[in-house]
Design a protein around this ligand. Structure first.
Ligand code: IPM
Ligand code: MG
Length: 357
């Protein structure tokens, strides 16, 4: 039996980085059928929509999606529903990809890439579990209207709705505790319960779920404090579980602790184990087409795909070991280059990973 994988390169550097990940997957000789489809601004140009029905149908009928990146400044003037970002938001919602795993790992070879002192970040290995289909990202009602009341009555106002249902919190909390069980056994739930009702319910539900995981140490932290602790003492964290908006912000912060967002993969899973795998970085239109982008985050995302959606731990570990090998051999794309190492192109980095495999 062959597993269908939807390959959606997207915009900007998406094509270049996906190409290298596809080479790696192909080299493993696994029973995979890779099917490409356009997404993001590229799809808008071709079909008038960032997530055309055929692309969505392919994704939904696949075991997993390997996603590059979307977005380009040239689409910023389009109405919101046609902007490239709607493709990734639409895929998350339509496929029910509620659990977003964003590891932040500092590779020993890249300790100098961080802007923090080496002793603060060396050995850093934390996991942010971000709820991905609820919260203020998708809550209704939302819009721009004339304020019906309040001190600014009659003026134009924008409004969004932050909301979480109990079962929505419960299912992500369970995954947080289970992830902590497989790691150091510590889960930190991040909210803003001192101000927000949504967060009060979040905290109550997570506390309730904790009773099923006596082996996991649960703590709660307000999001502003979490932002501070992440730069003060990031190694104090093991797993962080949080909502969509706070997770968006904290995961960017956490990725930068490692100094190399070009290295970080991510996985977004639904209840059926279907997943979308993408690098944590964006489409970087400023360097697109130059052959200098770092393909390692995408290659590592392909490893996560094999591990989580196809249950193929052996192949995932093989890819990860190959990536560690090229790093210890001193090969670096420009984003992680430092004197004394060897600067290589996107394709040469792909070649090196293939050779290491
Ligand atoms: C991310 C991105 C997206 C988000 C954007 C592109 C819609 O920032 O995956 O973190 O906000 O979720
Ligand atoms: Mg983000």
């Amino acid at each position: 039996m062959s597993h269908r994988i939807a390959v959606l390169p997207g915009d900007g550097i998406g094509h270049e980085i996906i190409e290298q990940a596809v080479r790696v997957l192909t080299a493993l000789n696994l029973p995979l059928t890779l099917e490409h489809a356009p997404v993001g601004g590229t799809a808008f140009d071709l079909h008038g929509h960032p997530l055309p029905p055929a692309t969505l149908a392919l994704a939904q009928s696949s075991a997993a999606v390997l996603f590059g990146a979307v977005g380009d400044w040239k689409y910023d003037k389009l109405p919101r529903e046609h902007r490239p970002e709607q493709a990734i938001l639409g895929l998350r919602k339509a496929m029910g990809l509620f659990a977003n795993f964003r590891p932040a790992i500092l590779y020993p070879e890249l300790a100098n890439a961080s802007s923090l002192k080496p002793e603060v970040v060396s050995g850093l290995d934390l996991l942010i579990l971000r709820e991905l289909t609820g919260d203020i990202y998708f809550g209704q009602p939302r819009g721009i209207r004339n304020a019906p009341d309040g001190a600014f009555k009659g003026e134009r106002e924008g409004f969004d709705t932050m909301r979480y249902a109990e079962s929505e919190i419960r299912r992500i909390a369970h995954l947080g505790f289970q992830a902590a069980q497989k790691r150091q056994g510590r889960l930190c739930s991040v909210d803003k319960a001192n101000v927000l009702e949504t967060s009060q319910l979040w905290r109550d539900v997570v506390t309730d779920v904790a009773r099923e995981y006596p082996d996991v140490e649960l703590s709660h932290m307000y999001v502003d404090n979490a932002a501070m602790q992440l730069v003060r003492a990031p190694k104090a964290f093991d797993v962080i579980v949080t909502g969509n908006l706070f997770g968006d912000i904290l995961s960017d912060e956490a990725s930068m602790l490692t100094g190399s967002i070009g290295m970080l993969p991510s996985a977004s899973l639904n209840a059926a184990g279907q997943g979308l795998y993408e690098p944590s970085h964006g489409s970087a239109p400023d360097i697109a087409g130059q052959g200098i982008a770092n393909p390692l985050a995408t290659i590592l995302s392909a490893a996560m795909l094999l591990r989580y959606s196809l249950n193929d731990e052996a192949s995932a570990s093989r890819i990860e070991a190959a990536v560690r090998k090229v790093l210890s051999d001193g090969l670096r794309t420009v984003d992680i280059f430092e004197p004394g190492t060897t600067k290589v192109s996107t394709a040469a980095m792909g070649d090196a990973v293939l050779a290491a495999l």
